[in-house]
Design a protein around this ligand. Structure first.
Ligand code: NAP
Length: 255
């Protein structure tokens, strides 16, 4: 194989966004990657084909991303998705599409920060030992969706671990509630979303049982925290046909 072929041709969707612009800078500086196209609102996706992009990185909006993924997969382009909002139903659609386009890979990652991946792993590990668990996620006020994709994924992992351990429902005597006071319920886990200027992306997973609590907390203080994970996924996706959710398998975890 010639050296030219070893370079991965990468394009970024949402290139003018907060994370997308950081991804562009990171790809440009990375060894073995070439930034061949940048696309934002109003740009034609056809440039991705014209630029012969092999991997597209999507950091757009929950509304736009599913159609972007479909567009890329049907044209034989691998995709790394950071955009939030991919429910089980949307993931199932991608899986079905990929069945018709064998050999193409899509990696959907709720959080690219290594600390956040570990927070989810540790939370799943702790879940069976505690009667109660609640999640508090806090983000910058420009975030469009609530709860965050990371919080949803954490709630799913924690709920699965509780269910596998046969734990009963969490104790909660609330009988009179002002709407929203107990947060959103995701798989039976209460998730509270804070939006405040100055924040980037933060999450606490609060466990409680008789006489003790455990808090697992992660803070992304800079969008640079997502970049090592993005590079890992970009380099891997071409060799991972089908749908992969989360960075766990790339980092050697089960989930
Ligand atoms: P942002 O600053 O609003 O960036 C999104 C960009 O995408 C904007 O420039 C937007 O343009 C553009 N866009 C919207 N629709 C598009 C389309 N159809 N085609 C191409 N570009 C389009 O948001 P952000 O803070 O970068 O976050 C982007 C997404 O990543 C969010 O869903 C966020 O929750 C998620 N996120 C994930 C991780 C992770 O680790 N997985 C980390 C951080 C953020 P306009 O502004 O003109 O609409």
């Amino acid at each position: 194989m010639s050296e030219e072929h070893q370079v991965i041709r990468v394009a970024v969707l949402g290139a003018r966004g907060r994370v997308g612009s950081e991804v562009c800078r990171t790809v440009e500086a990375a060894e073995g990657l070439e930034l061949v196209a940048t696309v934002d609102v109003g740009d034609e996706l056809d440039v991705l084909v014209a630029a012969q992009a092999e991997v597209v990185v999507d950091f757009t909006t929950p509304d736009a991303a599913p159609a972007n993924v479909r567009w890329c997969v049907t044209r034989g382009i691998n995709v790394v998705v950071g955009t939030s909002g991919f429910s089980e139903a949307k993931l199932a659609e991608i899986r079905a599409l990929l069945n018709q386009h064998q050999g193409i890979g899509v990696i959907v990652v709720p959080n690219f920060a290594i600390g956040a991946v570990l927070m989810m792993e540790f939370s799943a590990m702790a879940a069976r030992f505690f009667q109660s668990v609640e999640i508090v996620e806090s983000h910058h006020p420009g975030k469009l969706d609530a709860p965050s994709g990371t919080a949803v994924r954490t709630a799913e992992l924690v709920a699965a671990a509780r269910s596998a351990a046969g734990l009963p429902a969490m104790p909660d005597a609330t009988a009179d509630e002002r709407q929203g006071a107990r947060g959103a319920e995701v798989e039976g886990v209460h998730v509270h979303s804070v939006r405040a200027a100055g924040l980037v992306a933060h999450q606490e997973v609060l466990f409680g049982t008789v006489g003790e609590t455990l808090t697992i907390r992660h803070d992304s203080l800079d969008r640079k925290s997502f970049m090592p994970g993005v590079l890992l996924a970009v380099r891997a996706v071409g060799g991972m046909p089908g749908l992969t959710v989360g960075l766990g398998t790339l980092l050697g975890f089960d989930s």
